[in-house]
Design a protein around this ligand. Structure first.
Ligand code: NDP
Length: 331
């Protein structure tokens, strides 16, 4: 079985030499364990942080060890009660063809309810991030005007649509290409969208939200957060979910210069980690499954095929080559 190892810690943008696809032996599962043939694994922006040797909310990847992350696959051998060959499971040992794990670390999923890859995206971690970040952390309420950055990505595309479903007065998104902007307004029902590469975010947001915004869902940081602070109405709320604009930065990035406005506008800016919101999981799955079935909620995935493409898929994600969830599918 092949697996991806981190072999050197990237400085700035990762390079191909920082990673190696290596062969690992597969043995029969020990007591209480299962072997899973992965069908899809997830590449996510947070993995860039785990390539640095710094203390964070998730431990750094170890050099010369397989990387990990969300994956779904099929059980091919079981030495654990309750798991049979042919079962499909969601688990945390991605970046490899065959995963050997304690059965208690795997959750059974039903491929008849949704395509397996959906458990990594719209019905999985990124979907829950959108749901919890909008409804719980930002305390979204009907009539709010919502701005979301990274709006054509896995999290952002769901945030904007969920806000519309729940009665937002206006939803504005930003993304990094004109095609993505078109998708947001023509397919996902955003009221306005702009390409942040076409001009200053602050000006483009002012134009897209002439009456201001009440909620900002931040996936990007930097100039996007600064623009949101300027456009906020009184008592605006921001969910600080990600700051992808700085993940590959080697120098401190310019920050919002208008933080003092937070006082006068009585803003609330709150960081979030999806792992704190697992209590919302049942409600999230019920709502999202319903919206998918009714056609109110749409999603897209960008699929890269073949384990040898794992590194390229991750880099493509950082470069914005994905629309919706970036997934690596194995043959
Ligand atoms: P996405 O599907 O949104 O993929 C990443 C996207 O980021 C790219 O497609 C690209 O789109 C955009 N991007 C890359 N560089 C920049 C840049 N310099 N400025 C603006 N946009 C950029 O990923 P996810 O939906 O999985 O994650 C979105 C954000 O949410 C990330 O910041 C991530 O770290 C965070 N997150 C946080 C969680 C939490 O618990 N706090 C959980 C899950 C995700 P484009 O073409 O538009 O530039």
């Amino acid at each position: 079985s092949r697996e991806w190892h981190l072999v050197a810690r990237p400085h700035g943008w990762p390079e191909a030499e920082d990673f190696a696809l290596r062969e690992a032996a597969v043995t029969a599962p020990a007591e209480g364990r299962i072997l899973v043939r992965n069908k899809h694994f997830s590449v996510d922006p947070y993995m860039r942080g785990r390539m640095n040797d710094v203390k964070s909310y998730t431990p750094p990847f170890k050099l010369d060890h397989p990387m990990d992350g969300g994956a779904v696959g099929e059980v091919i051998a079981s030495n654990a009660e309750g798991f049979a060959v042919g079962d499909h499971v969601l688990h945390g040992l991605g970046w490899r063809e065959i995963a050997d794990m304690p059965a208690k670390h795997a959750v059974k999923v039903d491929p008849d309810v949704a395509p397996l890859s959906a458990y990594l995206g719209v019905l999985g971690m990124t979907g829950l991030t959108a749901y919890a970040g909008l409804f719980d952390v930002a305390s979204f309420k009907e009539g709010d005007a919502v701005f979301v950055s990274g709006a054509a990505g896995a999290v952002g595309s769901q945030v904007g649509q969920m806000a519309k479903i729940k009665g937002a007065s206006r939803v504005i998104g930003s993304a990094g290409s004109d095609e993505k902007v078109k998708l947001l307004t023509e397919e996902y029902g955003f009221d306005a969208a702009f390409n942040y590469k076409n001009g200053p975010v602050r000006d483009q947001l002012k134009e897209a939200a002439p009456d201001g915004i009440d909620v900002y869902f931040d996936n990007v940081g930097g100039d996007h957060l600064e623009a949101a602070i300027s456009s906020f109405n009184l008592h605006g709320r921001a969910t600080i979910c990600g700051m992808i604009a700085q993940y590959n930065a080697t120098e401190p990035t310019p920050g919002p210069s208008n933080m003092a406005l937070i006082i006068g506008k009585r803003l609330r800016l709150q960081g979030m980690l999806v792992g704190d919101h697992t209590d919302l999981q049942p409600q999230f799955v019920r709502d999202v499954a319903g919206w998918l079935a009714s056609g109110e909620l749409k999603y897209q995935e960008t699929e890269v095929r073949g384990i040898e493409q794992g590194y390229e898929a991750f880099m493509g994600l950082l470069r914005g080559e994905n629309t919706g969830k970036m997934i690596v599918s194995l043959d």
